[in-house]
Design a protein around this ligand. Sequence first.
Ligand code: FAD
Length: 419
Amino acid sequence: MKTTRRQFLLAAGLLPLLGTSRAASRRVIVVGGGWGGLSTARHLRALAPDLEVVLIDRQPAFVSFALSNRWLVDVGAPAPERHEYASLAARWGYRFVQADVSAIDRAAGFVVAGNERLAYDWLVIAPGIRENYAAWQVEDPALVAELRRRYSGAMLNGADLVSLKQRLAGFKGGDLLMNIPPAPYRCPPAPYERAMLIAWWLKTQKIPGKLIIADPNPMMPAFRSILLDRFKDQITYLDHAKIRQIDPVRKAVSTDIDDIRFDAALLSPPQQAADLIWQAGLIRTEEGGQPSGWAAQGAVDFRSPVDERVFIIGDATGMVSPAFGLYPKTGHVANRMGLAVAQQIAAQATGRAFPSLLPESVCHVLSSIEPDEQTRIDTSYRQRGDGFLLQQVKQTKNPNPAGEDVAWAEAMYRDFLRD
Ligand SMILES: Cc1cc2nc3c(=O)[nH]c(=O)nc-3n(C[C@H](O)[C@H](O)[C@H](O)COP(=O)(O)OP(=O)(O)OC[C@H]3O[C@@H](n4cnc5c(N)ncnc54)[C@H](O)[C@@H]3O)c2cc1C
């Protein structure tokens, strides 16, 4: 493999190391400016103002996925929230560096961000997910980029939502394939809500098309009757349909049962922790020695088991309890993890004590349209005396929604985006 100039400089110890000559203030580096990283950075500035906080993201701006499904088909929702990191950094008092973090040297305590080495006292890694095209037998990066451009289901970056909306607007008929990724994946109800809205849109716009849903998981009960009965003329639902391969020339995917042809598609490959977690050797290994695909971190403190200065939060996190597996991959959970980690670092830096904080999640999902109905999903946690973590999930139907989803999003955004 060809060595890049940056890899050569890194190996030779020639990249500038920023931070070695800095004054007494200690530095926290947060990699990833999503729901988790932004929450950590904002709360750390408030809880421990003497710490220097540096947020690094490869993108220039945060774009939220919340409420985006309705906006995709123009059902009374505004465009997804977009916030430039430079403005957020100025508002909350942290420093923003736009760069790709390509390596972490835990022994020496620095990250490689673009052409800089940045030293840290604490490191919070919140890089989200990657999509594993290799599971569909696609390894060539150029082909991955082409598949993403033509067929992405836009579950990786909020910035991809604009092109997905344009592709949907250009769909004039035929077979529109949408797959649900195998669990665990981010925001479990989101693909079903999206499918319901696309079916409604095909029906009301009288588009002569069929939405084919390939689902390897059990369908969420709240959507069963609406997807299978109410929109049966618009939807073909294929259960036990796990995609194994994609043939972009033939415009077809193969499952264990049969091949599915499509004219247009919203494809979402299996999800895993983002590349950085793999590069830093922080993936949890299964009992058989196989990588689990998700990070190893504490269930409640989110600390790496191999380095107490390193925390991993958000969708990249892995197994936390034999009772239920992983935390749900939601922005709400990532936000609570961000606050919990900010409190732990502030406690170490200032000596102030904070009560321990477990994640929680509230999700308002549109489970019917015309008439509108929402389902509220509350997920909460408690620790037994022996430390064993238990999860409770409560689903409540709301037949008369009055903007509860918008109010929830607004409350979340006030926590880490707005003054
Ligand atoms: C369609 C859809 C709808 C959703 N709706 C909701 C909802 O209503 N409510 C809810 O709670 N959740 C919702 N979610 C889930 C929510 O968006 C995710 O759970 C959340 O984004 C996870 O936050 P995170 O901080 O872990 O990762 P992300 O938000 O993905 O942020 C990760 C950041 O890290 C950066 N990054 C990664 N690697 C590097 C690197 N090496 N160097 C530099 N930067 C890097 C990325 O650019 C990115 O900005 C939805 C998701 C989808 C797909």
